[in-house]
Design a protein around this ligand. Structure first.
Ligand code: HEC
Length: 193
């Protein structure tokens, strides 16, 4: 966009040189000055937005300071669970429910294919899956781990959440399960290893 504006300036300048009318030339120069300032301001704004995007990334990482490098859904890590609760509320609750209760009729296929979001609390089926599969479903979406022909409407969060945030959301979900369900899921983890 700024390249365009620069071309405009060159165009205006060559027009100005061709003109013998000094008043007109001054007008051109004023206009060039204005366009020039706009270009400078816009590049500034662009640089600022890139910088603030960068620093807000850093800011979100500061919010996850204690979980940097985490690569498991450890439900006993209080910091991870606390961060996961925030992630869950912001990115998962809209479908899976504020209390992980899921949508009504979650186990019935819709007429057009696909199912409503299931509960993620222990009454659902999520705990039957090992951590790694839960992570993959959340990161890449449910379709990738579904059998052929099955429509799965669980979206992937690959471009929205960091791996740490995904692990955090899962740690939070697991932390809501009673000890016997956590133990049963740990068996699924051991089998998957
Ligand atoms: C747009 C709605 C939507 C959002 C938002 C959403 N999900 Fe889902 N999720 C679904 C649906 C629908 C399914 C079930 C698909 C199926 O089995 O057909 C599902 C399935 C899952 C499963 C597998 C559960 C099982 O019983 O096997 C997990 C784990 C999961 N979601 C985690 C998450 C997490 C974590 C988030 C937030 C980071 C999230 N979901 C956000 C709709 C959503």
């Amino acid at each position: 966009m700024s390249t365009c504006l620069f071309l405009d300036i060159t165009q205006l300048e060559s027009n100005a040189v061709g003109s013998s009318n000094t008043k007109k030339r001054r007008q051109y120069r004023q206009r060039n000055l204005i366009i020039g300032s706009v270009v400078v301001l816009m590049s500034g704004a662009l640089a600022l937005s890139i910088w603030s995007g960068f620093s807000s990334n850093n800011a979100s990482n500061t919010g996850t300071a204690g979980i940097a490098g985490v690569n498991s859904a450890d439900a006993n890590n209080a910091e991870l669970v606390a961060r996961g609760k925030e992630v869950y509320a912001a990115y998962c609750a809209s479908c899976h429910g504020a209390n992980l209760e899921g949508r009504p009729n979650w186990d019935q296929e819709r007429p057009g294919g696909g199912r409503p979001a299931p509960p993620l609390e222990s009454t659902g089926r999520a705990w039957r899956n090992p951590d790694q599969l839960l992570f993959e479903i959340t990161k890449y979406g449910g379709q990738a781990s579904s059998p052929p022909g099955y429509v799965n409407n669980m979206p992937g969060f690959e471009n929205i959440l960091t791996d740490e945030e995904i692990w955090a959301s899962l740690a939070y979900i697991k932390s809501t399960w009673p000890p016997d369900i956590q133990a049963a899921q740990e068996d699924a983890n051991l089998e998957a290893r």
